[in-house]
Design a protein. Sequence first.
Length: 474
Amino acid sequence: MELSMVGVVIVAGLVLAVAAMAAFLRAKAFPKEMDGIPGSLGWPIIGESFSFISEFSSPAGIFSFMNERQKRYGKVFKSYVLGRYMVFTTGREASKILLTGKDGMVSLNLFYTGQKVLGPNSLLQQNGEDHKRLRRLIAEPLSIDGLKKYFQFINNLAIEMFDDWAGRKVLVLEEASTFTLKVIGNMIMSLEPTGEEQEKFRDYFKIISSSFASLPFNIPGTAFYRGMKARDKMFEMLDAIIARRRIGSDLQQDFLGSLIKKHGSDDDEKLTDAQMKDNILTLLIAGHDTTTAALTWLVKFLGENPAALDSLREEHMEIQSKRESGSSLTWSEVNNMPYTAKVVSETLRRATILPWYSRKAAQDFEINGHSIKKGWSVNLDVVSIHHDPQVFVDPHKFDPSRFDDPLRSYSFLGFGSGPRMCPGINLAKLEISIFIHHLVCRYKWKPIEKDDSVQPTLVRMPKNKYPILVEPLH
Ligand code: HEM
């Protein structure tokens, strides 16, 4: 009896200690100034993480999490999610403030593992003039003119991939992932699409990519630890390639080549090796999963919307019919696909691959009458912007004709806006247009299973990798 009393006291003591700890952590996590922002902080320590995560990987994504709270609290509300206090906001005014980032008002808000994996020199960790300078350096090779020289490589790669699709079950996400990684590997450092170097590159990349948003424990056995090791290996590989270029045994007109050229010049555009490597990794990480997801959603939405698929096929069949028989897609054709461009935008709107854009307040400012304080994490809910019924009637319908006329600014943010707008937009559009052309001219397809679940990863993708059965059109 006495022993059980002791037990009760110990348990009660533990409960009190945990409650005190929770109260302490919460008090630390929620600065007093946040009292002025409406919203719920959820449970001690975990906050609203559970409902955020479960909504995040639901078919509708964080839309219902946001929508429910916006109805209750308005366009600006606070929450405590994944160990961080956050302010969520949406709408044109918030987009303008957060995305233009005028006068250094905000910086990009990368979480800890992302910072470590990409490295301190990454474009994503630069602000102000340093950010502008890096953007200038990567702009030229990623411009429409700069990409022209990769067109043939991408087109051949797509033809080869689709040659292999006839009459079989295809996991769209896997195929798209291989395709986009080969494209970006070639564009950045002229990596051949097959062979030992490609295999190594793919293995390292996959490990790094899955560590990007992992838990921040750098101890053996964790995804973060494996990611940092793979990063070292990837950098050894880049060191070897850079060394070959420097002694002139392997001159290439690729992205790395253009950086090395600038590296050696006298102007102020010199980059150190560490800067080059961090930014090559940044482009790989930022460009691979996003484009892979876009291609996968595209196949899904087209399969579910026969009228849009018919109109798209009509555009591509017409392009094909005007061509001499036996010849393939050309650069001028790929730059003149008006309906395809609308299909791409509608895919990015409906899927909203990156559901929110995160910033850190670099000074105090106001959004919709609420004071935001320096240091807070302020997040733009893009899903709600893309599903605003005032702008997009019947917002859950897939309808490319929404993009027939230009939209008001900040209504569609598929590639972001302002100084941090996606620098890979032309490459992504080029890859997607080539992929679409060969897909719709050659095949019809149907999904093998009905499952709308979404991966619980930063970039939204179908969880089942979207398996389809493919048949030739004729
Ligand atoms: C369909 C494919 C893609 C989508 C939907 C996409 C979307 C986006 C969005 C929305 C942003 C801005 C995020 C923010 O403001 O917080 C962004 C930034 C970025 N994207 Fe993309 N992207 C795609 C493809 C690519 C490709 C192919 C590359 C590289 C070759 C790339 C490289 C980057 C980089 C480096 C940034 C950061 C820019 C900066 O901070 O200045 N993206 N992307």
